[in-house]
Design a protein around this ligand. Structure first.
Ligand code: ZN
Length: 199
């Protein structure tokens, strides 16, 4: 059985296209309508290719399924930005060059590919870095806020207990004083004050 060797090219949107995909002619239509673009997004995958169904591609059907599973589980990431690789063909191309020519082609997502093409990669990643740093600082602030909120009942309980002890000891002193005073007054009335004297 003769296997179909995939052959790749990158379109103007940074998407990897296989020249032996049975929808290749459709992929190449210039100035696609919005509907056609949406169609392309759906079928720009080995899984829409007849060679996948016929299992006569260089990559067996089972292997493509495994690659697609890993891609969907985000085990395969863009080497430049760490984002998920959106298209199966990008990964298949990299694996093909590695298997066939022992050349490791870095896996790069379409967005990074485009920014490499128009030399805006450093600028775009700088903006994203700033965005993530702001987001990180906000999350640090939120975690501190979270722990302070968590701690606040403890602080409240500690201060509350200290206040209760203070209140209790003060109150006990007051109660004792009231008790002593009452007893003293009784004692005074009984033994010290004059029998007819008013106090
Ligand atoms: Zn990327």
């Amino acid at each position: 059985m003769k296997f179909i060797e995939p052959s790749f090219e990158i379109d103007n949107k940074g998407r990897t296209i296989c020249k032996n995909h049975n929808y290749y002619q459709f992929f190449k239509i210039p100035h696609k309508t919005v509907y056609q673009e949406r169609q392309l997004e759906k079928i720009l995958t080995c899984k829409a290719c007849e060679h996948y169904y016929n299992n006569d591609c260089f990559f067996p059907k089972r292997e493509i399924d495994l690659i697609e599973r890993d891609r969907q589980k985000e085990r395969i990431k863009c080497q430049l930005c760490g984002n998920r690789i959106h298209r199966l063909l990008t990964i298949v191309q990299s694996l093909y060059y590695e298997a066939k020519f022992n050349v490791k082609v870095p896996l790069i997502c379409c967005d990074c590919h485009l920014s490499l093409n128009d030399q805006s990669f450093m600028q775009r990643t700088k903006l994203r870095l700033v965005g993530f740093m702001i987001s990180f600082l906000i999350s640090i602030y939120l975690i501190f806020y979270f722990f302070i909120t968590l701690l606040s009942p403890t602080i409240f309980i500690i201060f509350g207990l200290m206040f209760l002890i203070f209140w209790f000891s003060t109150s006990m002193k007051d109660i004792k004083k009231i008790f002593y005073l009452r007893e003293g007054r009784k004692y005074y009335k009984k033994f010290i004050s004059q029998p007819n004297g008013k106090k």
